[in-house]
Design a protein around this ligand. Structure first.
Ligand code: DMJ
Length: 544
């Protein structure tokens, strides 16, 4: 049994998914989005009243503040100006494309989002709003209202569409109460449901977003609503960090629509994962959606595994600490990680190694650096001994990730760093020296700051601001760099949408007061889109 959204209407009653007029019936063979058409209204005002800290973003007056506050307001201002610069250039050269190419001053579409456009717009919305960049927020909103087209036909990553588009739209709805964001999120959520049509209910990674209700080109293809596993994933398997990173958004889709189907789909994976035997308590990264068995024994808290663990602890927090199943899964997983993967280098740096069928790979990816923040967040409610141990572990990992930045010439960290062959927190392979504007290290600084108020985290954040300005700012935006170990790096010509969604948002929040998006009220999805904690004590609705 999982803590989930309420079943608001009698079983069998017809409910409506809000905002979708004339919603299409799914094509034969597709997962029905349940025929649910009775009126349902999410009470936005009630939700706002349920927040423990009223929403406020306004900065304190500089005149009324002391030196410390002046310093933090100044850095807030710097990060909001970086956001404005990133947005203005995207708007000027790439509006409607997925990302900005800041050197060539054009847009990039890529193939992750199945024909959807405007990934940067959707990822930027809540950051613009939180930073009170009002004019820019209105520009982004106008694009969503007028140009964001969901009638597309193409192969999308279920994970990426969920964390960036659905997460970004849901967060902006909760912050603003503007219906357009809710209705787009729900419409898109329905398009993802066919991916769950597998024998185990574990979704496949790729879904065709083509409409399932029409035979007319260009929105219909024989593949509409079909799903696949990634070609590169072993033997048709699904990836832990992908099927395990749906829960937060899908629970909110059910919450806003009154339709439990989303929560039910996302919860199926916990059932399968609780049944399957785990090698030494660890979760391998590849699982067959057909048999529900592991396909390969590679375990990582970085890429391919990362946000699965994050969503376990955040599911518990988002349920107002009622989802005890998710909490237990998290506690057990962390215990196995502590036992088998956490290591200390000769130089005294704590790191989390990867595991390949019993053999340790002494490497940490930049992606794995989110874990400092996650472990600190999860430590909160544990007993005294465990709480202290986890806070220490979180601080040590965050320190190691800071070292990976501090030991580079640019003061930005590489994609992966190693602890072997005499190396300590540095990339040893040419192919791992790049930095693509990733957020994970500043994400951990933000959580550790909020939970300890140790000023070093703000100091480290300021170092990142300076390094980004020095090495990543180019004439028309911010760009990733190809080698963090040279002071004259070449640029990769890509301003990733997560730079606006996450890196700049976390830097900004690091210098805000704690009640700006308080951790009592909000959990950040893995793309840093804030989703509210369910304080209203809804009954558990998802039954196994
Ligand atoms: C983001 O899209 C998300 O944080 C995801 O969980 C991992 N990768 C990127 C940023 O590095």
């Amino acid at each position: 049994r999982m803590a989930g959204p309420p079943a608001r209407t009698a079983p069998g009653a017809r409910q409506q998914v809000q905002g979708g007029e004339g919603r299409p019936e799914p094509a034969t063979g597709a997962t029905p989005a349940r025929d649910t058409r009775a009126p349902f209204r999410f009470d936005y005002e009630r939700f706002r009243r349920s927040l423990r800290h009223p929403l406020r973003f306004r900065k304190r007056s500089v005149l009324l503040s002391g030196f410390i506050q002046f310093y933090s307001i100044f850095i807030q201002f710097c990060s909001s100006q970086m956001m404005k610069f990133a947005w203005d250039n995207y708007k000027q050269y790439a509006l409607g494309k997925n990302e900005l190419r800041p050197l060539t001053k054009n847009g990039h579409i890529g193939n992750m989002f199945g024909g959807l456009r405007g990934a940067t717009v959707i990822d930027a919305l809540d950051t613009l709003y939180i930073m009170e960049l009002e004019e820019e927020f209105q520009e982004a909103k106008k694009w969503v209202e007028k140009s964001f087209d969901l009638n597309v036909n193409g192969e999308a990553s279920l994970f990426e569409v969920n964390i960036r588009y659905i997460g970004g739209l849901l967060a902006t709805y909760y912050l603003t109460g503007e219906e357009v964001f809710k209705s787009k999120a729900l419409e898109l959520g329905e398009k993802l449901l066919p991916a769950f049509n597998t024998p185990t209910g574990i979704p496949r990674g790729v879904i065709n977003l083509g409409r399932q209700d029409t035979l007319k080109a260009p929105f219909f293809s024989p593949c509409s609503g079909m799903s696949w596993s990634w070609g590169w994933a072993s033997a048709g398997s699904s990836i832990l960090a992908e099927f395990g990173t749906l829960h937060l958004e899908f629970l909110h889709l059910s919450e806003l629509s009154g339709n439990p189907v989303f929560a039910e789909k996302a919860s199926a994976s916990h059932l399968v994962l609780n049944r399957v035997e785990k090698p030494q308590g660890l979760y391998p990264n590849f699982l067959s959606p057909v048999t529900g068995n592991w396909v390969q024994h590679h375990v990582s808290i970085g890429g391919l595994g990362d946000s699965f663990y994050e969503y376990l602890i955040k599911s518990w927090l988002m349920s107002d600490k009622k989802d005890l199943e998710a909490k237990k899964m998290y506690d057990d997983a962390l215990e196995a990680i502590e036992k088998h993967l956490v290591k200390k280098s000769a130089g005294g740096l704590t790191y989390i190694a990867e595991w390949r069928g019993g053999i340790l790979d002494h490497k940490m990816g930049h992606l794995a650096c989110f874990s400092g923040g996650m472990i600190a967040l999860g430590a909160e409610d544990a007993g005294e001994e465990r709480r202290q141990r986890h806070m220490d572990l979180a601080a040590e990992i965050t320190n190691t990730c800071h070292e990976s930045y501090a030991r580079s010439d640019t003061k930005l960290g590489p994609e992966a760093f190693r602890f072997d062959a005499g190396s300590e927190a540095m990339a040893t392979r040419l192919s791992e020296r790049y930095y693509i504007l990733r957020p994970e290290v500043v994400e951990s600084y933000m959580y550790l700051w909020r939970l300890t108020h140790d000023p070093k985290y703000r100091q480290w954040g300021w170092e990142v601001v300076k390094a980004l300005e020095k090495h990543c700012r180019v004439e028309a935006g911010f760009s990733g760099i190809r080698d963090v170990y040279t002071t004259t790096p070449t640029h990769d010509n890509m301003q990733q949408s997560f730079f606006l969604a996450e890196t700049l948002k976390y830097l900004y929040l690091l210098f805000c007061e704690d009640d700006v998006l308080s951790l009592d009220d909000w959990v950040f999805n893995t793309e840093a889109h804030p989703l509210p904690v369910n304080h209203t004590n809804f009954k558990a609705a998802v039954q196994h």
